[in-house]
Structures are given as C-alpha cells and as structure tokens.
Design a protein. Sequence first.
Length: 634
Amino acid sequence: MAAAFSSSQKSYDVFLSFRGDDTRNNFTAHLLQELRTKGINTFFDEDKLEKGRVISPALITAIENSMFSIIVLSENYASSRWCLEEMVKILECNRSKEERVLPIFYNVDPSDVRNHMGKFGEALAKHEENLEENGERVKIWRDALTEVANLSGWDSRNKNEPLLIKEIVIKLLKKLLNTWTSDTEENLVGIQSRIQKLRMLLCLQSDDVRMVGICGMGGIGKTTLARAIYSQVSNQFEACSFLEIANDFKEQDLTSLAEKLLSQLLQEENLKIKGSTSIKARLHSRKVLVVLDNVNNLTILEHLAGNQDWFGQGSRIIVTTRDQRLLIQHKVDYYEVAEFNGDEAFEFLKHHSLKYELLENDLQELSREIIFYAKGLPLALRVLGSLLFGMNKDEWRDYLVKLKSTPNIEIQEVLRLSYDRLDDEEKNIFLDIACFFKGEDKDHVVEILKGCGFSAKCGIKTLINKSLITINFANKLEMHDLIQEMGKGIVRQECPKEPERRSRLWEHEDIFDVLKRNMGSEKIEGIFLNLSHLEDTLDFTIEAFAGMKKLRLLKVYNSKSISRDFRDTFNNKVNCRVRFAHEFKFCSNDLRYLYWHGYSLKSLPKDFSPKHLVELSMPYSHIKKLWKGIKVLL
C-alpha cells in the first residue's frame, strides 16, 4: 500500500491561541510541552510582545494551515485585540468544521465568555469606548466569543492541571487520528487489511513489551504501513519516536542515532549518552512506541532495542527491514507485506488518474499495461502512474515500449539497495538466478551453483531473507519481475555497448552478435540461448568460443512446447540453423553445466573437458557416443 495521491497537507497539527501575559509561562507552557512530547506539531507564537491591531500574514497562514486550533480563554484574553482577531480568523477557517476548534476556559466561567460578562464584558466595553475602534468590529468579536463559548471544551476550574492537560492532549490525539483516517485513508489502498494483521502481532491490549517486524522487498510499502499504524496507536503511549535510518548508515553513527532516539522520546535537546545502557536507564519505566525504519544492520537493533527489559510495560518496538534474517536473529515476530492484488493495483491507479484528463478507454488500457509491468509493486505503480498519466497516448505507448529494454531508474535505484548489500558470492548467485534460473527447482540449482564453487544453500537463504527471491510451493525459485529486471540491468551495465564483455548472455540478439563476430571473451561466464528465436543460421566456431576461458554455464534450449508428432521435424529445422564448424570445440575447462537441446553432432568435441561438470543434459540430441576414450570426472 502507498499513498495514491497527496491530499492537501497542513503545516501544523494544531494552532495555539492564548493571552501571553496570562498563561505563557504556566498553563500554556505546560500544554505546549505535552503536545510536543506526544509528537503533535504545534504552532506556538514565540513573540512575547503585543503586536498591534491587525494580526500578521504569517499568523493568518499558520491558522489556515493548521488542522486544529486550541483557544486558551484566560481572564484577560478579550482585552487583546490581537487575540480576538486570532479567534475570529480561527472560526472563519473552521466554519464548516467547528469540531476542530477546541476552547479551554482557563480559570474563567464559560457563561461569562458566552454572555460577555465579568472581565470579558469589561474588555469589550473598553474596546467600544475607544473612539478609534470600529463598532462593527466589536460586534464581530462579541459574536465570535459567543460562538466559541458554545463549543465543546474544557473548564479548568477545580481541576488537577497536569491531569487536565493530559486529558486535552489525549482527546486531541484521537481527533487527529480520526481526521487522519478520514483525510488520508481513502488515499491508502489496501491499508486496513494489512494494519489488521499487524495489530494481531502487536497485541496492544497486552502489558508485555513486544518487538514486531515489517519486512518485504524494496518499494512494497513497509514504511507506509509503519506510519499508518504509528498514527493510529501513538496516543496510547507516553512517548513516541519514528526513527528513519539512512541507507548509507555507518556503525560509527550508532551513538548519534541513539541520542536522536532518546531526544525524541524524552523531548530533550542536545542530549548526550555513553553506550546503549543509557537507553535502558532512561526508558525502562516508560511505555513507549518506537519505529525503527529501514534497519539494514543487526547492530542497530542490538544498540537501540537490545532487549524487552529496556522499555516500560506495554511498550512496542516496530522494525521495518528488507532483511528477514535480522528479525529472526533478534527473535522478532514479523509481518511480511504482500504485493497488491489486481483490484488493489487498479484502485491505486484510479486515484492517480484523477489528476489528469484521460478518456475511459485510455485509462483502462494504460492501467492494464502498468499493472502488468508493476506486478503489484506499489513503488512501480506510483512512479509509473505519476509519469505516464501526464503523457498523451502516443507518448505513453512509446514509453511502455522503452521500458522493455530500459527500466525506470527511480524504481531500479530503490530495488538495487538490497543487491548492493550482498557480498561478492551472493551477488553472483543472485545474478545467475536473475539471468538464468528463475522458475527452476531450488535443489537442482543448488547443485549447479555448488559445482561453481558457491556456498549455494547459504547464499540462497540470504537472498530469501533479503526479500530478493522466494521459494514457491513447488520448490521453484521465484523472483519479482522488476527485481529480475534489476539483476539483468546490472549485467547489461557491465558493458552496455559490447555484450561480449558482459558476464552473462541470455538475449538471442546479443548471443548472435558475439558468435557472428567471433568476439567471445573471458568475461563471459554463462550463455543461455533460446532456439525458438532462431531465424538465421548460427555458426558455432572455434573462433567464437576461443576467448570464453571462464564459461561455466551453457544452455541451448527450446522454450516452445513441441508435440511428439512434430518434434523430429522441428529439431531438423533447428539443426539446419545451428551449424558446427569442423573440429568445433569448447575452449573452457570450467564448464559446470551443459544443457543442449537437439545437439546435432554424434559426439562431443574430442578434447572436451568434463572434469568440473555437475550436469550434462542433451535431450533430443544426435549423440551416439559422448567422447572417445576415458574422461576423468571429479
């Protein structure tokens, strides 16, 4: 799930209106601290001076860009023209949503405000006596005070002030949550079903301390889900922190990260600590909600959330990561975010289309194309939806053709982060699967990769943990199409203009180019040639393979399903298009895997070296004898 389109964003959660001389250094100061402790973005006018009769444009903008307004009606509030003008502007901005104006009657009787009695009546009378004052303006102020006094609010008289402030902030948090839900949930596709599953793991009604993970591939919506649940439940905790961890995080930054976490939770600036023990010392008695977003290193978890006893009863720690292994090693239960299904993907794109004037048929056609390409990945749907819906029909059709050979950079950069965190051997295993072995039996591939000298079981497990591959119910290696395209793109970028200088070749045009020009090089480690694409005769010559000293994987196959009746005819047709030069031979002694559909010679080359071979498969071949003499197999 991800935001389908941006709703009108407010700069502040709440605007705080008060009479400075009355409450700046007592009630309002305490209220402000509690609001900020709870993470409520509050506009607070820092200027202590009376400014004049007309409120500034900056204040007007702040009022207009606040979701809620709190008006602290103290004894001398009405004596300030400035405060009265603030109140009028607040009511103007919220006329249709008066539930977003929250009055606090601080040591004053609400009926005095409503009926303009006591200090409020005296203040209004003085304003009227002022010959410079416009009488119509005073009437507006009177009406505004009556209107505010009729709103639901709080009477501070005979109340425990700290408890009253907590009550106010809790109610505001609930209102913010409801507003957030109504304003943004309609823009978040698929969010509720995912939140429900996450809530089951969080078990918020329990007083124990729980750590819960959110994992999945890049761009799947982990952060969006974490922000949604954070917004919904943060009002249930004493302190909250949503800590975003940079992709280029270095271990030497751990102390500053811990200081940032504590500063957010304790609302202390310039906080300094020594070691992770400070986190336990400061938080072990506090009920906190912490989101550690984008964790890519186990050390981060150990340093910031080492154990449940670091936090007070009822605390919840949420960790988002692409790496399941981190969660498993830290004994964290986790929820794996699923891709969009077809209905969710279409609903998401419909939201995007609202910005543009698209004909219904065009919307249907373009949405189908994007959904097919994105395969349920919210990141891809968002990027392509924003991009393509702004184009005319010819432009987006042209771009969709381009995507087949040139993936979108913004999408690829996000997906590649997981690849960049692999070691060299894991990268090779990933690229082999992306280019050659997607959809193959896992155990079969493990044996081939082990033969190549890789720790294949361990490597594949790492790729699974990092959400780069999955194993389906039939034990087949699966990979999201865009992750596969990312892997193939990495190989293409090894040498964009010269395919002979790439490590792996799978596109028949590139293979044709290399073999036709006899340009095989020692950079090439694998070739998978699909015979069904053959249109011209292709020569397998000694010269073409002479440079391929490190070739370890060679597969010549046919992807088309062939009926038994036509198999011989088809093989003869293909064999006519694959021509072997006299005395053809493989020049690599490193071959681990050789698969050749319809091999037309009667034996393998006489100097063929099988000593490292893991698998030899020659279906529908014309071989009578593999080779002459004895060959040593290791």
